[in-house]
Structure formats: structure tokens, C-alpha cells
Design a protein around this ligand. Structure first.
Ligand code: NAP
Length: 259
């Protein structure tokens, strides 16, 4: 016997509003789809309109409620404008997912200020600013979920992590500070930690079959990640079921990090 009301109490996102940055591609797109199918009204935020409209069309064709905002989150003004537009779509969000990210990999000795600044702006400052914009409101309303997408490079050097690893390590620290501030008011803040996932972000690595096989062999499951691997963990972290899980880094990596 399946108790649908029990499952719904734990996992339903009915009536919730979610904002997903980077929701038009890869991991963010899979998370946006998962939250929408679990009942949330979802706003996806990224730059390219064709990808945004395709994502929203797919979701609405499946009976979900979705909207998009085209914005460049690499500037503070861009983030602020995006936040207001995102809140205009369905109201103030209950769930914020920060998945937009870039991974530029010059060797450490050649890592210049431009790459450093661009990486920190999108991977770290945008999640910080969005948290400042939406976190206090969530706390006031007594419910909120902030989910950042970090990386194994928050925990170890990997293929010239450089600025990228630093941004992701700091993002995990940000999640802990946000958790400390807002968990007493019903707002949990956690990170999802991918291993190697086949998405446009790492096309250089994922188009090399030998590297792909070598990385798969480093997992315990025996394959590299797929965006849809994040669906269950995202729905869990976004819903009532995870109300006592906060400040955590949850590895969705097929065992990569413990092998
Ligand atoms: N794939 C992996 O193996 C892996 C591993 C560890 C961590 N991650 C993390 O997972 C997250 C998602 O990565 P992914 O692999 O799904 O990458 P992806 O498929 O390349 O998606 C990146 C998303 O971010 C958006 N984005 C990029 N720059 C932006 C900007 N300036 N302003 C607004 N949006 C921007 C992109 O849309 P537009 O280009 O249209 O703006 C796209 O929607 C990232 O934070 C990444 O660091 C990925």
C-alpha cells in the first residue's frame, strides 16, 4: 500500500515558489524540472533566451507552472534586477537554488585577476546576493530552502581547480553561515556536491572518451553523473522532509569522493 498523503506530506512542493539560477541547462535544468513536477512554481534564471524558453515550454507542456528571467548574474546590478524580476513572476520564493556557474581553468601560474573576478562574481557573489535578498523574507515567513550547487573541488584539487575550487569552497562556507542565521526560523541551507556530470559545462573533458571512462572508473557506481541524478536530492532538500537537515554538503557523485 502506498500512502500518497504520507509521501505528499514529506515531498510535495505544492504551493511553493522556486527560483533556480542556471535552470536552463545541465544540473540546474534537471533540478528545475524536478521541483516543478513536485508541485512548485519555478522561475529559471540564465542569460540565453532560447534555452530559457525551451525549458519553460517543456515544463508548461508537462502541466507545470514555470517562467523565465533572462539576466547576467555576473554583475551585482544584474543579480539585483534578476531577483526583482524573478519575484514578480509568482511572488517571493520559498526555495532558492543556485546552480549557475562557470569553470575556467587556466593553470595556477597563469590565473589572472579577470578569471578570478569572473569566477567569484557568478559562483559566489550571486548566491550571496540572492541569499541576502530572499533569505530574510523566508525567515520572516517561517519557511525557506536555500540549495547551492558546489563541487568536489570545494574539497580537493582537481584538474587545475584554481579560482573555481576557491569559489565552491567559499560557497559551502556561505551555506553554513546562512544555515546558522536562518535555520531557527525554518530556513534550511545546504549544498549539493556533484562529482563529474556530463553537461555542457565540461564539454572539453566529456568529449574525450578515455577521460570519461577514467573518471567513471573513479566512482563506486561505475558511471559518471547525469543531470537527472540530482532530481531526488533536490526535491528532498526543497521539501518538508529535510527540515532537520541544514548546513550540510550532500555529495551526489556515485561515490567519487569516497573511493
Ligand atoms: N557538470 C559537472 O561536472 C559539475 C561538477 C561540479 C559542479 N558543477 C556545478 O553545477 C552547476 C551547474 O553546472 P552544469 O554542469 O549544469 O553547467 P551548464 O550546463 O553549463 O549550466 C550552467 C548554467 O548557468 C547559466 N549561466 C552561466 N553563466 C551565467 C551568467 N553569467 N548569468 C546567468 N546565468 C549563467 C547557463 O546559462 P547561460 O549560459 O544561458 O547564462 C546555464 O543555465 C555549476 O555551478 C557547476 O559549477 C558541475
Amino acid at each position: 500500500m502506498i500512502s500518497h498523503s504520507y509521501l505528499s506530506e514529506l515531498f510535495s512542493l505544492d504551493g511553493r515558489v522556486a527560483v533556480v539560477t542556471g535552470g536552463s541547462s545541465g544540473i540546474g535544468r534537471a533540478i528545475a524540472g524536478a521541483l516543478a513536477q513536485a508541485g512548485a512554481s519555478v522561475v529559471v534564471v540564465a542569460r540565453r533566451e532560447p534555452e530559457l524558453t525551451a525549458t519553460v515550454e517543456e515544463l508548461t507542456a508537462g502541466g507545470c507552472r514555470a517562467a523565465w528571467v533572462s539576466a547576467d548574474l555576473s554583475s551585482r546590478d544584474g543579480v539585483r534586477a534578476a531577483a526583482e524580476q524573478a519575484a514578480d513572476a509568482f511572488g517571493e520564493p520559498d526555495i532558492l537554488v543556485n546552480s549557475a556557474g562557470i569553470n575556467l581553468r587556466p593553470p595556477m601560474g597563469e590565473l589572472g585577476e579577470e578569471v578570478w573576478d569572473a569566477t567569484m562574481a557568478l559562483n559566489l557573489e550571486a548566491p550571496y546576493l540572492l541569499g541576502q535578498r530572499f533569505g530574510p523574507g523566508m525567515a520572516e515567513r517561517g519557511f525557506g530552502r536555500i540549495i547551492h550547487v558546489t563541487s568536489q573541488q570545494a574539497h580537493r584539487a582537481f584538474v587545475q581547480s584554481g579560482a573555481y575550487g576557491v569559489s565552491k569552497g567559499a560557497l559551502e562556507s556561505l551555506a553554513r553561515s546562512q544555515a546558522e542565521a536562518w535555520s531557527p526560523h525554518g530556513v534550511t541551507c545546504n549544498t549539493l556536491v556533484p562529482g563529474f556530470v556530463m553537461t555542457p559545462l565540461n564539454v572539453r573533458l566529456s568529449s574525450d572518451p578515455e577521460k570519461v571512462a577514467a573518471l567513471a572508473a573513479r566512482t563506486m557506481v561505475g558511471r559518471n553523473g547525469l543531470p537527472e541524478d540530482f532530481a531526488g536530492a533536490a526535491v528532498f532538500l526543497a521539501g518538508r522532509a529535510s527540515s532537520y537537515v541544514t548546513g550540510q554538503a550532500i555529495f551526489v557523485d556515485g561515490g567519487f569522493s569516497v573511493h
